[in-house]
Design a protein around this ligand. Structure first.
Ligand code: IMP
Length: 431
């Protein structure tokens, strides 16, 4: 029996989704991205060789299966072409990738607006990736976006780009006092870029439905960012501009929610966050620094240092609730190998009240104090372990505690960035 699986991050992104999607993809007929854009940074390592993908689904390195960019993704044609070029000597992207004709485009003026808004926010800056993601989603929701399908008709494209970029330039000049951009240049670049990639633009919903009609086929839905960056359920306004929850896999591809069989939540064995916003278990001491160094916690998209903290059960509980998470994959367990003791935040204290689940009110969330349980460190290596029984007993105790606190099974454990260094407790594709 095939399975359609949604892979989502259950923290603030960077949980290691790319590696797991890459691992599962070899036996899937399709891998589809459904939200976000090139703000994502999915790192894959195979035989020591590292590939970082931002827009193209993490299944692209496999010979089998197709990759899709769904309608829920905001698309920078410039970023797309750059990534296709970077992958050119590894894979023929044109034969394996299809893009939804209904994707909303990210224009250079979206990027200028993203940066202008961050400058204006000053100390309250969100710490966006500066890729134009927020402004592009704003225009999509305001029904003035330029869609990929508009590019097929140069008259319509020119009209729509002129209207939108004129509006952006008005804001840049008059509201943000920032330089404007040439509308003609934007139009020409989008048109030229579209002409180079138009052969891979299609109706992705229909393509996925066709693949799904064969019961032997599995489809992987690859989430970007993480649960706490969800525009509705995350730490607003310090979030991204899309729904990162699993339901987005349906709206962001056009396949219905009943076609999802399993939601796999990916969580680091600790927590990280890049950008601003509250983070109750954040560590400001040597341990935080040690985790950052050993875990190489540097953003794959922006090169920014990630903030590090202990594993946060209240955050995980909200993610599991919001996304019907069926099972978990715990990543980067090996990063904790040298710690004398390891803490898990099991609940929060909010002005004397115990909270088991992260509150959805951002002001309350920012005031939550973590309540910790302390576990003995295992002080031996778990790096590259591929069998559960070979994990040190105390590492297994730590994993069991996570399972018990969350009431959700761990199906996979990742013990290094390499695709093959993964403990698989359950085969999700053929379960
Ligand atoms: P934006 O998505 O560029 O608008 O950024 C909004 C927030 O989401 C910022 O805090 C970013 O650091 C964060 N963010 C966006 N993409 C990622 C990601 O792939 N990993 C982790 N954080 C991300």
């Amino acid at each position: 029996m095939a399975n359609n699986i949604v892979v989502i991050g259950t923290q603030w992104g960077d949980e290691g989704k790319g590696k797991i999607v890459d691992l599962l993809a070899s036996r899937c007929a399709a891998v589809a991205r459904f939200q976000g854009g090139h703000n994502a940074g999915h790192t894959l390592v195979l035989n020591g060789k590292k590939t970082v993908l931002h827009l193209i689904p993490s299944g692209i390195l496999h010979e089998t299966g197709m990759c899709y960019i769904g309608n829920g993704v905001v698309l920078s044609l410039e970023a797309l072409e750059k990534e296709i070029e970077e992958l050119a000597d590894v894979v023929d992207v044109f034969s394996k990738l299809r893009i939804s004709n209904t994707c909303a485009l990210i224009l250079p003026t979206h990027i200028a607006l993203d940066n202008a808004r961050e400058i204006q926010r000053g100390a309250k800056a969100i710490g966006t990736t500066g890729r134009g993601i927020g402004p592009a989603y704003e225009d999509k929701i305001a029904r003035r976006a330029v869609k990929l399908s508009d590019c097929a008709n140069s008259k319509i494209l020119k009209e729509k780009i002129t209207q939108l970029a004129d509006y952006h330039n008005f804001l840049l000049e008059n509201y943000y006092q920032q330089p404007t951009l040439s509308v003609e240049k934007i139009y020409q670049e989008v048109q030229d870029s579209y002409n180079r990639i138009k052969e891979i633009v299609t109706d992705v919903s229909v393509s996925l439905a066709n693949i799904n009609s064969n019961p032997d086929n599995s489809i992987l839905f690859e989430g970007a960012q993480g649960a706490m960056l969800d525009i509705d359920h995350g730490t607003y306004p310090y979030v991204t501009s899309s729904n990162t929850a699993a339901a987005s896999a349906a709206t962001g591809t056009g396949l219905g929610p009943k076609d999802i069989d399993h939601v796999l939540g990916i969580a680091k064995a600790y927590t990280t966050r890049v950008g601003s916003g509250p983070f109750p278990t954040e560590l400001f001491d040597d341990i935080g620094q040690k985790i950052a160094t050993i875990g190489n916690e540097i953003g794959a998209s922006t090169g920014r240092a990630r903030r590090c903290g202990w594993f946060d059960v209240p955050v995980m509980r909200r993610a599991i609730m919001n996304s019907s998470v069926d099972s978990l994959c715990i990543t980067k367990l090996d990063v904790l190998d040298t710690l004398q003791e390891v803490k898990i935040c099991v609940a929060y204290d909010l002005h004397g009240t115990r909270l088991d689940i992260a509150p959805n009110n951002p002001d309350d969330f920012a005031r939550c104090q973590p309540i910790y349980e302390i576990y003995e460190g295992w002080l031996s290596t778990t790096a590259s372990v591929r069998e559960y029984d070979e994990l040190p007993e105390k590492a297994r105790d730590y994993l069991l505690a996570i399972e018990e606190l969350l009431g959700v099974k761990i199906d996979m454990i990742s013990t290094s960035p390499d695709r093959n260094d993964t403990i698989i407790l359950k085969d999700l594709i053929t379960e």
